[in-house]
Design a protein around this ligand. Structure first.
Ligand code: IPM
Ligand code: MG
Length: 370
């Protein structure tokens, strides 16, 4: 059988640097575990705009659709701030999510013991934290119509976006959340603003419907998203799986990410419906962005991107043991005190470079076989 295909879209800013470290892990899996992928690369975001005048060409889109999994670095940068909205780097990423129909975005927020001091919250609040945010990724205000900037009746302008959710869109992402919960601590908290938004009322009712009809064994609670944000920083360990819409999920996942000490640590998986081969349509990317301020300096933390590849092993290729091996290697390296610049505490010390971190993880992987 042919090796499964991986399409790498490293993108902009620190994307290519952190992806270079992922390639070391991919190579390691091939040489040391006999797990081989057929890897190809292409452009997305600002670099695609520079080359082709669009942040994602139709050819790249087609290759992403055909791949067994897509690994993405990051998109965007100040150089592209003035571009027309329709060709901004972010549009490339949003097109991938939408056309691949990657409706369930899994954003785990896990606190590594070695980093418990790095959080802006007290250690006891975040030590051992392990929650999963499931963000709806292809609907809501990100894509709702009508949208645009139009002249208003007073000689000014009006900016419009539409929050819109259908029964089907809510139910399918709710199912993803309940499925995950069953394999974790069996709890789902759904977040919306049913107190001010009709779409929030529908969200709450449909999530409850899926629960009552299909997952009555899972514990379900509902929270307004603002209260949810507050609870996330007050006592995050009360949560297991959080399911929420596209925009609230964007905000809450950044907030949850920071609980763990660094945005440079958090991976994500964006999953759609199963393809013919039974694998879900899938794109894996770090939660952090392109960090243009440190791009090209070898300072970026590659862990989020490496952990995103681990998620690919688990969710696309059914290689949960190998995913855990990568996660344990990361844990080991952190426990040994290896730190990129973003993980340096006030006590100081000497940070390793991006590639230094990648190499340390490869060494820890080697050690896992000894
Ligand atoms: C994210 C990012 C994206 C989003 C941007 C880059 C379009 O913030 O993945 O969280 O808003 O979804
Ligand atoms: Mg975001």
């Amino acid at each position: 059988m042919a090796n499964p295909s991986l399409l790498i879209l490293a993108g902009d800013g620190i994307g290519p640097e952190v992806m270079a470290e992922v390639k070391k892990i991919i190579a390691w899996m091939g040489s040391r575990r006999g797990i081989r992928f057929s890897v190809s690369e292409d452009l997305v975001g600002g670099c695609a705009y520079d080359a082709h005048g669009t942040p994602l060409t139709d050819e790249t889109m087609a290759r992403a659709q055909a791949a067994d999994a897509v690994l993405l670095g990051a998109v965007g940068g100040p150089k592209y701030d003035k571009l027309d909205f329709s060709v901004k780097p972010e549009r490339g990423l949003l097109r991938l999510r939408k056309e691949m129909d990657l409706y369930a975005n899994l954003r785990p927020a896990q606190c590594f013991d070695a980093l418990a001091d790095f959080s802006s919250l007290k250690k006891e609040i975040i030590a051992g934290l392990d929650i999963m945010i499931v963000r709806e990724l292809t609907g809501g205000v990100y894509f709702g119509e009508p949208r645009g900037i139009f002249p208003d009746n007073e000689g000014g302008r009006v900016g419009i976006n539409t929050q819109r959710y259908t029964t089907n869109e809510i139910r399918r992402v709710a199912r993803s959340a309940f499925e995950l919960a069953r394999r974790r601590n069996n709890k789902v908290c759904s977040m919306e603003k049913a107190n001010v938004m009709e779409s929030g009322i529908l969200w709450r009712e449909e999530v409850q419907w899926v629960h009552d009809n299909e997952y009555p064994d899972v514990e379900l609670s509902h929270m307004y998203a603002d209260a949810g944000a507050m609870q996330l920083v007050r006592w995050p360990k009360q949560f297991d799986v959080i399911v929420t819409d596209n925009l609230f999920g964007d905000l809450l996942s950044d907030c949850a990410a920071m609980l763990t000490g660094s945005l440079g640590m958090l991976p994500s998986a964006s999953l759609g419906a199963p393809m013919k081969n039974g694998r879900p349509k899938a794109l894996y990317e770090p939660v952090h962005g392109s960090a243009p301020d440190i791009a090209g300096q070898g300072k970026a933390n590659p862990i989020a991107c490496i952990l995103s590849f681990a998620m690919a092993l688990r969710y696309s290729f059914d290689l949960g043991d190998e995913a855990a091996r990568v996660e344990k290697a990361v844990e080991k390296v952190l426990a040994d005190g290896v730190r990129t610049a973003d993980l340096m505490g006030p006590e100081g010390g000497k940070p390793v470079s991006t590639s230094g971190m990648g190499d340390a993880i490869v060494t820890a992987l080697d050690a896992s076989l000894a």
